[in-house]
Design a protein around this ligand. Structure first.
Ligand code: URA
Length: 449
């Protein structure tokens, strides 16, 4: 029964541009997960699928096979619609840390399984772990308990969740087969669907700091993700959002936690707040605690202005073993970089463009991120931007401040930063944060009301 197919025939079929059946894809994934198909044959299949793209039904079949390679968490013990958010990643993207407490404070359970930073993008787990004591590696039993008791939970991927994806992703990484939309979408969705969610909000970034930079490619990814979610019976909404500059003003794990504390206290950068309220409002609406998106956004704003979201955040930090005293206003910072340096502007003008990928790589250089999975991140490292697109800049003014324990990299990081932005004579029009929305009915431009 197990050998009803033969790998060489299936690889050839895909290599020659033919469609594989659900059963064939299932067989390949099952054999590989159980160690009965060698890496070299899975690599050949991945390359064939990369070159002769998987179609919609193959992508669905791959998602399903990876999803059921492990446990699909049952969260029936928690009442209400469970809703999560996934972002395709960016620089300074810290919205998850705001959404979990805001949405939970509005009565919608948020089961969140997140990842670590790699390359130019940061990761939610690294940000959470910059809070002393915060445990992200918990069992699925504890995951269910924290969600039931506190209304939200934030953990890392466990061995039970989509193990086939874990194995295949590692292989894609070393066979140059990552950047295929069907592979990316099935990888993301297999993990999200395994969390036990009822609905999902997706933040798909485009622009210089995004995983897929061209708007068209990001749009295709958003449509593929939404298509998969809906086919699996989950209400799924994606926003296409701008990543041509970092979100908010800070990049770096502890600096970003400090920034979300500002937001939860009713302050914080407008772009970060606006995007967070949109995503949270959508989650609240999909969680059926608001009748409309606008009402969801209003509830999100009120959760912050009344202090309920902050209260919930402190509860969540403690539930995960974190030391909430470091989050009190005026508390001594647990992570102080031994070196700080301002980068000053050489000329006058208006900030008009940033190479956000490069900014992310500069944060890695300062110690805030990883080049390889095994690298250790420094929670104190990162930078604070003083100027964003559209801001007026005078020669001699600080553009950003570096925080690092690697003094020796500051000079070259400063030079890299000075080459990573452009100044214009005229003030450019401000970037539009949310370009489009994709749902079951299709894609349309996003207009806030
Ligand atoms: N993130 C994932 O989870 N999978 C991919 O393939 C790419 C990004």
């Amino acid at each position: 029964m197990m050998n009803q197919y033969d790998a060489v025939t299936l690889i050839r079929k895909k290599r020659d541009g033919h469609e594989l059946t659900i059963e064939e894809i299932n067989w390949l994934i099952r054999q590989y997960t159980h160690g009965d198909l060698p890496d070299y044959q899975m690599s050949a299949f991945l390359m064939a699928g990369f070159l002769n793209r998987l179609n919609e039904s193959e992508t669905s079949a791959l998602t399903q096979a990876m999803l059921y390679s492990g446990e699909v968490v049952n969260l029936d013990h928690v009442s209400g619609k469970k809703v999560d958010k996934h972002s395709t990643g960016g620089v300074g993207d810290k919205t998850s840390l705001l959404l979990a407490p805001i949405v939970a404070a509005c009565g919608v359970p948020v089961p969140m399984i997140s990842g670590r930073g790699l390359g130019h993008t940061g990761g939610t787990l690294d940000k959470l772990e910059s809070i002393p004591g915060f445990q992200v590696n918990v069992s699925l039993e504890r995951y269910k308990d924290i969600l039931a008791c506190y209304g939200a939970v934030l953990i890392g991927q466990t061995k039970e969740i989509a193990p086939a994806d874990k194995k295949i992703y590692a292989l894609r990484d070393v066979t140059s087969t990552v950047e295929s939309i069907p592979f990316v979408a099935s990888s993301i969705m297999s993990k999200k669907l395994a969390e036990g969610i009822d609905a999902l909000v997706l933040d798909v970034k485009f622009g210089s700091g995004a995983f897929l930079k061209p708007f068209d490619e990001a749009t295709e990814l958003a449509q593929t993700l939404v298509g998969i979610g809906e086919r699996f019976g989950k209400k799924t909404i994606a926003y296409l959002t701008d990543m041509n500059q970092p979100l908010g003003r800070t990049v770096g794990n502890w600096l970003e936690v400090e920034e979300i504390m500002e937001c939860l206290r009713g302050d914080g950068p407008q772009d970060l707040l606006d995007l967070s309220h949109l995503l949270a409002g959508t989650m609240i609406w999909l969680g059926e605690k608001a009748d409309t998106l606008e009402e969801g956004i209003q509830m999100s704003r009120e959760a912050v202005s009344t202090g309920k979201a902050l209260e919930k955040w402190i509860e969540l930090v403690k539930a995960h073993g974190g030391d909430a005293s470091v989050l009190e206003s005026g508390a001594v910072s647990p992570h102080k970089a031994s070196f700080q340096m301002d980068v000053l502007s050489i000329s006058d003008g208006f900030m008009s463009a940033m190479d956000t990928f490069e900014l992310g790589m500069i944060s890695v250089m300062l110690g805030a991120g990883r080049q390889k999975k095994e690298d250790v991140v420094d929670p104190a490292a990162g930078f604070r931007l003083h100027k964003k697109i559209g801001d007026n800049v005078k020669a001699g003014e600080p553009l950003l401040t570096f925080y690092t324990n690697r003094k020796s990299v500051c000079e070259s990081a400063g030079t890299r930063f000075l080459n990573a932005f452009e100044l214009a004579d005229q003030r450019p029009s401000p970037p539009i944060m949310v370009a489009s929305v994709v749902d079951a009915s299709g894609i349309r431009p996003y207009r806030s009301k």
